[in-house]
Design a binder for this molecule. Structure first.
Ligand code: OGA
Ligand code: MN
Length: 212
């Protein structure tokens, strides 16, 4: 697979930074190459077949629980060094992290991400990604891994803007959606077929009190 490094000064990343500053979100339909998208989809399906994806929970800490009436996807958190396509994805996201820090002084220190597989009929009700008791998540980034998605398959990401308007993103393979985690409510509509994605969050350092 060809290396897919991208400089933090790449015009594509600068456009995302500008969009985020101006509108609070950005959609880039052809962010990932077809090749990398395919490799990541294969990796996600392989892990699912090996039973490595688990029902996603909602909430944080002791309050965390699986509630399929709120979200029905199955996930696995990514770790570096497990698979080449995943490492390439993490490198791309690190370049985006640097671009965001340079352009917007966001102080983003790390990136956490997981594969997500929505079985047919699964959904994720309207929510905001930043936790009420933990504001480290600054920017959300979703990349879709679906081949030949059709509008009548459903599965749109519905974004709710402050002015009361809505926008639906089709989960087309290679498409990246980025938005501010704290103030962009969104939901995932049910689909008639399996829906794959990589979802991640750029985080800043927490401001919890200093502990010995
Ligand atoms: C999430 C989420 C959106 C999507 O995982 O928090 O909102 O389109 N995902 O998969
Ligand atoms: Mn979300």
């Amino acid at each position: 697979m060809p290396a897919m490094r991208i400089s933090p000064d790449d015009p594509l990343l600068l456009r995302i930074v500008d969009d985020l500053a101006e509108h609070g979100w950005s959609q880039q339909p052809l962010f990932l190459s077809d090749n990398l998208t395919r490799e990541l989809a294969l990796e996600c399906r392989k892990r699912a077949a090996e039973g490595e994806l688990a029902p996603a929970a909602v909430g944080r800490g002791p309050a965390q629980e699986v509630r399929e009436g709120i979200r029905g996807d199955h996930i696995q958190w990514l770790e570096p060094g497990q698979a080449e396509p995943c490492d390439l994805y993490m490198e791309l996201m690190d370049s985006l992290r640097q671009a965001l820090n340079r352009g917007l002084f966001m102080g983003l220190e790390d990136f956490e991400s997981h594969f997500a597989l929505y079985p047919p009929g699964a959904f994720y009700r309207r929510h905001v990604d930043r936790f009420r008791d933990d504001d480290k998540r600054m920017v959300s980034a979703v990349i879709y891994l679906n081949d030949a998605w059709q509008p009548d398959h459903g599965g749109q990401l519905r974004m709710f803007f402050k002015d009361g308007t809505e926008y639906d993103v089709q989960p087309d393979g290679g498409c990246l959606v980025v938005f501010l985690s704290g103030d962009m409510p969104h939901e995932v509509l049910p689909a008639t077929r399996e829906r794959l994605s990589l979802t991640g969050w750029f985080r800043r350092r927490g401001n919890e009190p200093f502990e010995l």
